[in-house]
Design a protein around this ligand. Structure first.
Ligand code: NPQ
Ligand code: MG
Length: 367
């Protein structure tokens, strides 16, 4: 199929509650939506970079620059027999995985819509519902944290993840265990520690956490291997796994026992499938991460998380946890058992509400 047009929408949506990680507190979400057109159909994707370079070196401005200047010229007017060909076609461009993923995923949606099949079927998904967990940010007090855990447990979420940083770690976990007992619980440091903190992190061992996510620096695989030798909690890598090759090295080095997959971080669905398959071949369980996506990115994530090796609950929650009004209909919601249905319609299987997209848009370009 020939890609006739790529459109970008720079969007901003207020968050229902602020979200605080070890790198800061955020009150709104800025992101870039991608619309592609071909063969009388459209497809939508979401580039998950933020306005700032704190989670990742990419930003909404770098996404704009790379898509308009380098990706769109390699895609518009080009013919692809299958969306798996898109990521390799962008090989000349180093890095910028979130920009690549925004476009690549829109093209997957376009292909699936044209075939009249749900995206999950094209990706190799094997389940009709995915297990949903929540990511709870750093709060102003431990009491507020416990209140949040209580609320999310009541909503049915299958596991709780809390953000940690120095000064908000052991005691936070201790209090959750004291109040809620043996619930499925994991922590995410977003690279807030160094190997010098190994003894401190070993104090989490008695709490039987499912995993500790990205405790050390974003580009540091070998220190994670050393840390994993010193602590019992399974290390899970997020930020560090930006290519399938780095994942192979991290697995070989025993730097992690679990991997978090975010398609934006690795360049889209095709790279995610390859990462998923690599992990399955090595007995590494994976789970789907989250980037506070709008319904468009969120729907993509649900389809990807239907693949078989996504064996732990993902950071894919209901739209209403983040946004008062999502950009899609119907909004993503969870069942009382803490699962989310994989949409069954063509493509990502949700309807994009154009006037809400336009309302949220602060910049637009058609390429
Ligand atoms: C993570 N996400 O797993 C990321 C971090 C992240 C759901 O924990 C705005 C504000 C955008 C904070 C994107 C979750 C963000 C953000 C990602 C945090 O590490
Ligand atoms: Mg993380």
């Amino acid at each position: 199929m020939t890609i006739e047009k790529v459109e970008l929408f720079l969007c901003r949506l207020p968050l229902v509650h602020f979200f605080e990680t070890s790198f800061g507190r955020q009150y709104e979400r800025t992101f870039v939506l991608v619309r592609v057109v071909g063969d009388g159909h459209e497809g939508w994707g979401e580039a998950v970079a933020e306005a700032n370079p704190y989670y990742s070196s990419e930003t909404t401005d770098t996404v704009w620059h790379i898509v308009t200047g380098f990706i769109a010229p390699l895609v518009v007017g080009q013919s692809f027999a299958h969306p798996r060909e898109v990521f390799p076609a962008l090989r000349r461009i180093r890095g910028h995985n979130m920009a690549k993923a925004g476009v690549e995923m829109a093209i997957w949606d376009l292909f699936a819509r044209r075939e009249g099949r749900p995206l999950s079927a094209l990706l190799g998904g094997t389940r009709a519902r995915i297990a949903s967990g929540v990511s709870i940010g750093i709060q102003d007090s431990f009491d507020q944290l416990l209140e949040k855990v209580e609320k999310e447990r009541a909503a049915g979420y299958q596991r709780i993840k809390i953000k940690i940083k120095p000064g908000w770690d052991i005691e936070a976990v201790e209090r959750i265990r004291a109040r809620f007992g043996d619930i499925p619980l994991q922590v995410d440091a977003n690279a807030a520690y160094t190997l010098n903190d190994a003894a401190l992190l070993a104090r989490l061992d008695p709490f039987q956490l499912l995993l500790i996510e990205q405790p050390l620096d974003y580009d540091d695989v070998m220190d994670h291997a050393e840390l994993q030798r010193r602590i019992a909690t399974p290390v899970c890598l997020d930020e560090s796994i930006h290519t399938v090759r780095v994942a192979r090295d991290a697995i070989d080095a025993k730097a992690c026992r679990i991997i978090n997959i975010k398609p934006g971080r690795v360049g889209g669905h095709q790279a995610s499938i390859e990462l998923h398959d690599l992990c399955a071949a090595h007995g590494i369980p994976v789970w789907h991460g989250g980037m506070l996506e709008s319904g468009i990115g969120r729907a993509h994530n649900i389809h990807l998380a239907s693949l078989p090796n996504f064996s732990l609950p993902g950071d894919i929650a209901a739209s209403k946890r983040y946004y008062q009004q999502d950009l899609i209909e119907p909004a993503i919601d969870i069942a009382p058992d803490g699962t989310i249905a994989v949409p069954e319609g063509p493509g990502i299987g949700v309807t994009i509400v154009r006037d809400r997209v336009d309302q949220a848009t602060i910049r637009h370009v058609s390429l």
